[in-house]
Design a protein around this ligand. Sequence first.
Ligand SMILES: *[C@@H]1O[C@H](CO)[C@@H](O)[C@H](O)[C@H]1NC(C)=O
Ligand SMILES: *[C@@H]1O[C@H](CO)[C@@H](O)[C@H](O)[C@H]1NC(C)=O
Ligand SMILES: *[C@@H]1O[C@H](CO)[C@@H](O)[C@H](O)[C@H]1NC(C)=O
Ligand SMILES: [Zn+2]
Length: 372
Amino acid sequence: MQLELFITVLLIQNQVLVATASSSSEEDENSEHDGTNDKNSSHEHHWGYDDQEGWSSAFQHCSGQSQSPIDIKTSKVIYDSSLPHIELDGYDLKADPTLKLQNNGHTLQLSLPNTMRIVKGFDQVYLAAQLHFHWGTIAVPGSEHTIDNIHFPAEIHVVHYNSKYTNSSEAESKPDGLAVLGAFIGIGLKDNENYEKILSALNDVSIEDSGTDIPGFNVRHLLPNNLEKFYRYKGSLTTPPCFQTVNWTLFSETVMVSRRQLAALEDTLKAGHKQLLSKNFRAAQLLHGRPVLASFTSSQSVNKDPSEIKPRVTPSEGMSRGDKFAIAFGALFIVTLLSSLIYISKLRKTNSISNKDTRQDVIYKPAIKDDV
Ligand SMILES: *[C@@H]1O[C@H](CO)[C@@H](O)[C@H](O)[C@H]1NC(C)=O
Ligand SMILES: *[C@@H]1O[C@H](CO)[C@@H](O)[C@H](O)[C@H]1NC(C)=O
Ligand SMILES: *[C@@H]1O[C@H](CO)[C@@H](O)[C@H](O)[C@H]1NC(C)=O
Ligand SMILES: [Zn+2]
């Protein structure tokens, strides 16, 4: 009983904190727009995450009706028992040949050999091309997709192309060209040794457009253990040129890395000379009636709220369980109350209908700012 109450308060607190964080990040974005607002014709070749609403002026697909990422509303997803399970092949790579790891100024990207394949789950075999990440900052969780409007700390995308095409650049503009496997990255207590195979090389690619070679490893281990529970929808590249050619799979189970590992991803890479490469996630796009399918029913969901996993309270030794809960409950109640007040006052200040609406609005504003 006490425990249930404790958990409820913890959940409410975390929701409020996340909402507060995302509303303040919106304010940051908006205040930047008040500055320079001349449009530059070099848009064609440069784009940045501070200028998402400007993408469609140079890349027409970015304002299409099947864009990614999206918010997955768990109450609206359609259970489809006929969704075929995904079967991977060739993911267990030998140390040699090595893999190219690059900081391309937009993300951290690992090139993959096309011997890695999705052999079951789609109408055709899809071959791997690359994987990359999206992340935020310590204060702003940076997954691209959201679950019930909640961001996870980060997200991994493993990009595959239809084997009927020669390569991924040819496939990416074809309607059945791409299949991306996505997974949410959350914070756990232990270092994730599989992610360390990539993250330990971060310092070698801190400069934009730099690259290094890392030994091959079992890439399967970067994805969740459970590949049977996933969401499926028709969407797009989440970066320009935003081609609407991706058959999306988002796994329900979260992959865990340590706080230290996530911080390394958030704090090491640079875009340009001084700027940190972070918050490289696109805002959620409108569904425009697209169905989102689930391979599982919500009662058997393995999805977890990202912040639920973080241990926020570590009660000290030498007290009874009851004492610990009483103290924790009291502290959390105060924090929750304060957070709520801050949140409510922010809501009043921005004078907006809802958080979600302001975020979606941003996408369709005309370009009023230079890209990065
Ligand atoms: C756009 O940016 C480029 C490179 O930064 C610059 O050379 C050019 O003069 C700019 N064009 C306009 C119209 O501001
Ligand atoms: C995505 O893959 C599923 C499973 O093979 C298939 O039924 C569906 O038509 C595909 N969707 C698109 C848009 O390619
Ligand atoms: C991809 O395939 C197309 C068509 O065969 C070819 O023209 C192009 O050079 C290839 N691109 C790469 C990067 O290999
Ligand atoms: Zn991506």
